[in-house]
Design a protein around this ligand. Structure first.
Ligand SMILES: NC(=O)c1ccc[n+]([C@@H]2O[C@H](COP(=O)([O-])OP(=O)(O)OC[C@H]3O[C@@H](n4cnc5c(N)ncnc54)[C@H](OP(=O)(O)O)[C@@H]3O)[C@@H](O)[C@H]2O)c1
Length: 281
């Protein structure tokens, strides 16, 4: 713990989620005031209590709203700015979800929804917050391993997170003159909200294929990701922009595990056999 972020304010969308909450704790611990945004009031109340327990005396506020709705994000960002008359750090964590969906079994509405949740929410957050970041600052986006490794049956997430990385690099160029740095963290499998990804067979496959996961007998913890976000948000990384850092126990050194059997439990083996042949079941 240090006071390196004292006087700064951070806005975290998805602040009641696994990675969002761990990030809020880490930033508050180092002196930042934090505003957590999520849709569920009860989860937000619980998250605020957890941050205060972790960093007693911290300035913590919450805002219930939808990160895909511009008016909600504008109101939340305004509230964050009002906490100390400035906004310095933005961490748009809303994203993920969707589960395993082979391309031939997916539908337009679901694919679009994934773009909205992961990508459009981050665009809205950046567009809204940058004009309030008048002292410069940092934006740390959430990418994923699927932005780098080809991963079957997660095409919507892979598309959205690849988009996040492209958006992040454009934002780094556009906002550099305002001394606003833009970077991303690429988590590997991390304990969190996505139940399908936390299935025992997925965890095991991950541990079998990731060098550090095997050595440490674990998948990622939200705190692992929060440490990297804290680094990219703080003065230690003041000369870094436009970068994406994998925090994944070495998973990207390997190919992604074959999850066919697990996904077949969701969609049925005949359907999966068909889509593997490029046929509609
Ligand atoms: N966990 C992993 O293994 C992993 C791996 C790679 C990348 N990531 C990325 O890391 C990020 C965070 O993941 P996580 O595991 O921490 O997720 P999580 O635990 O499911 O948390 C998601 C958070 O976002 C909030 N949220 C969802 N939709 C929202 C919306 N439209 N508006 C406002 N808030 C919304 C949720 O609260 P409400 O439902 O109450 O709104 C919750 O607070 C995601 O972008 C994900 O893609 C995660």
């Amino acid at each position: 713990m240090n006071n390196l972020l004292a006087g700064q304010t951070a806005f975290i969308t998805g602040g009641s989620g696994s990675i969002g909450l761990a990030t809020a704790k880490r930033l508050a611990e180092d002196g930042a005031a934090v505003l957590l945004m999520g849709r569920g009031q009860a989860a937000l109340d619980k998250a605020r209590d957890a941050v205060l327990q972790h960093a007693p005396g911290a300035k913590v506020e919450i805002f219930a709203g939808d990160a895909c709705v511009e008016a909600d994000v504008e109101a939340a960002a305004k509230q964050a700015h009002a906490m100390q008359g400035r906004l310095d750090i933005l961490v748009p964590t809303v994203g993920g979800g969707g589960g395993f969906k082979p391309i031939l079994l997916n539908d337009v509405a679901s694919f679009r929804e994934s773009m909205d949740r992961n990508l459009v929410s981050a665009f809205i957050a950046a567009k809204t917050c940058v004009p309030l970041m008048t002292h410069g600052g940092a934006i740390v986006f959430l990418s994923a391993t699927s932005a780098r490794l080809g991963i079957a049956w997660l095409s919507a997430g892979a598309t959205a997170k690849s988009g996040i990385e492209g958006f992040m690099r454009s934002a780094a160029e556009e906002f550099g003159a305002a001394n606003i740095r833009c970077n991303a963290v690429r988590p590997g499998l991390t304990v969190g909200g996505n139940a399908a990804l936390m299935a025992p067979e997925v965890k095991q496959a991950y541990m079998d294929q990731s060098p550090l996961a095997k050595a440490q007998n674990r998948v990622g913890k939200p705190e692992d990701i929060a440490q990297a976000i804290r680094f990219l948000a703080g003065p230690e990384s003041s000369w870094i922009t436009g970068q994406s850092i994998a925090v994944d126990g070495g998973n990207e050194l390997r190919r992604n595990p074959d999850l066919f059997d697990m996904v077949a439990k969701v969609h049925g083996k005949p359907a999966m056999d068909a889509v593997r042949q490029g046929r509609k079941p």
